[in-house]
Structures are given as C-alpha cells and as structure tokens.
Design a protein around this ligand. Structure first.
Ligand SMILES: CCCCCCCCCCCC(=O)SCCNC(=O)CCNC(=O)[C@H](O)C(C)(C)COP(=O)(O)OP(=O)(O)OC[C@H]1O[C@@H](n2cnc3c(N)ncnc32)[C@H](O)[C@@H]1OP(=O)(O)O
Length: 243
C-alpha cells in the first residue's frame, strides 16, 4: 500500500512536470522570421535575446542544388503548417535559453564553446544541415550535406560524422518532444557509404515514450530516396527536474 502511494505520488509529480515542459523547448526565433515559418500555436517559443545571433540552418552558397531542392520542399510544407524549420546556432546554450530576459552570457558572441556540428567558420567544409520538426507526427527530417573535412575512407564520409548527424537529428526530435534530453544509446547500421559532397535526407521518428525514455529510429537515404545509407535506433533520457 505504502509502495503504491509512493509510486502514485512520483507519477503525478512527473505528469505535472511534463506538462510544464515546453513542447518545443526554448527554441529561439528571430523576430523577423516570416509568419509561415512560425510554429503552430501548440508550441511555446521564446524570442532571441540577441538579434545578431546567426542562424546556420539557412541556405548559403555552399549548398548543392539537391540540398536547396529538399530545403524548398520542406519550407513549402512548413507554410502549410505541418512542419517547422528548426533554427540552428553555433552555441548549444543559445538553443536552450529559457526566457529572453534571462539571456545569459553564454548566448553572446564572447562565448568560447561551440556546438560540435557548427564549429567551422568556413561554409561548406563540415556539416551543412537543416532540420524540420513535425509535431503531429513526432518526426524530424534533416537535410545533410557532407563537407570535405568530414572524410573517413577516401572520398567518403566518416562514420563518426554520420553518427553525429544521427544523434543531432534524432536528439532534436527528442528535445522538441520531451524537453532536455541526453543520448543514452545509439545503434547504427551502415548500409552504404555516403560520398563526400553529397546531400542526404535524414528521417527520424519517435517509436515510443516510456516515462523519461524516448526511443527513436532513423533512416538516412540519398536525396532521391533510392539509396539506403543508414538505419539507426537511439534512446534518449529526459533530464530530471533538477538538471
Ligand atoms: C532543437 C534543438 C537543437 C539542438 C541540437 C543539439 C542536439 C544534440 C543532441 C545530442 C545529445 C548528446 O549527444 S548527449 C551527450 C552524450 N550522452 C551523454 O553524455 C550521456 C551520459 N549518460 C548519462 O548522463 C546518464 O547515464 C543518462 C542521463 C543517460 C541517464 O542517467 P539518469 O538520468 O540518472 O537515468 P537513469 O535513472 O540511470 O535511467 C533512466 C531510465 O533509462 C534507462 N537507461 C539509462 N541508460 C540506458 C542505456 N544506456 N540503455 C538502456 N536503458 C538505459 C534506465 O534503465 C532507466 O530505465 P527505467 O528503470 O526507468 O525503466
């Protein structure tokens, strides 16, 4: 009886806490973002504390035609309301700031840490990617172009770089769904190599949620969907209230 009561109280505490978590946690959007790119009303979004923060998920001259075509496709879907483009910054904290008025120094340019996937200053050399989230379907799509500094085997993308993109895209989906998470487990089957310079589509979805655990699966295919490159699963754990 006592154990039941304790479990009930723990469960209720967690439900209350989950309700307080933003669905799309603390993502920062530029004030100038076109209305069509704004998330649906169900998503709680905070605004940027620094107008000068650069959004790295916007097209730049290094993007291939395939990358642009896929970007345009999901931007059109975003205008219909099913998907939203996730902004991307080169400092992790910039994604996770609670409120504009609480904007910490970590979001400002003097910060010395860098998000791993945005750590190169020259466009096109490393990870070029943009992610979109579909709240109704609990899915993210990543459009990824592998730059020449991600080489593993000659002319091919390093397996660790691919793992990074899987972690990032499925992690973003988990964060948008449950709030702050950490990766607990990542399993990757490399089905065919990804040529450096090519553009691929990363499809992630939530398989199930059990308490603080969120199970994800991911597929990476060529831009024309004909070639399967990667199949992966991942487990993310939602951070405790105190973290
Ligand atoms: C849009 C934004 C863009 C932003 C774009 C950026 C997105 C990038 C996302 C990248 C994320 C990362 O790389 S994170 C960095 C890499 N990961 C890490 O460094 C994590 C290191 N590990 C840890 O800190 C910890 O082990 C945790 C947090 C994973 C779990 O610790 P915990 O919070 O104390 O949880 P714990 O009680 O142990 O476990 C909770 C439940 O999960 C299960 N569990 C825990 N670990 C595992 C495991 N490896 N495999 C199976 N199950 C596990 C437990 O059995 C338990 O199940 P039950 O008993 O409840 O059933």
């Amino acid at each position: 009886m006592f154990r039941c009561s304790v479990r009930l109280i723990k469960g209720l505490t967690q439900i209350t806490w989950l309700r307080e978590q933003p669905v799309l946690p603390n993502l920062l959007y530029r004030r100038s973002v076109p209305a069509a790119y704004l998330p649906s009303r169900a998503l709680r979004v905070t605004w940027p504390c620094a107008e000068e923060v650069k959004d790295f998920s916007l097209p730049n001259p290094s993007w291939s035609q395939n990358m642009r075509n896929l970007y345009n496709k999901y931007m059109e879907l975003s205008q219909q309301g099913s998907w939203i483009r996730l902004p991307s910054y080169n400092v992790t904290a910039t994604h996770l700031i609670g409120k504009a008025e609480q904007c910490p120094d970590s979001a400002k340019p003097q910060v010395t840490t860098r998000l791993f996937t945005r750590n190169l200053d020259v466009e096109g050399l490393g990870f070029e990617y943009v992610m979109f989230y579909n709240q109704a379907e609990l899915r993210t799509v990543g459009i990824f172009q592998a730059g020449p500094y991600l080489e593993g085997p000659i002319g091919l993308t390093h397996g660790g770089a691919i793992a990074t993109i899987v972690d990032t895209t499925s992690g973003a989906c988990a964060i948008c769904t449950l709030g702050k998470v950490k990766t607990a487990n990542l399993n990757i089957n490399y089905r065919s190599p990804i040529t450096l310079g090519s553009t691929v589509e990363v499809q992630c979805r939530v398989d199930k949620i059990e308490g603080r655990k969120i199970f994800m699966s991911t597929e990476i295919r060529s831009a024309d969907s004909q070639v399967l490159h990667i199949e992966a699963t991942a487990l993310f754990i939602q951070m405790k209230m105190s973290e």
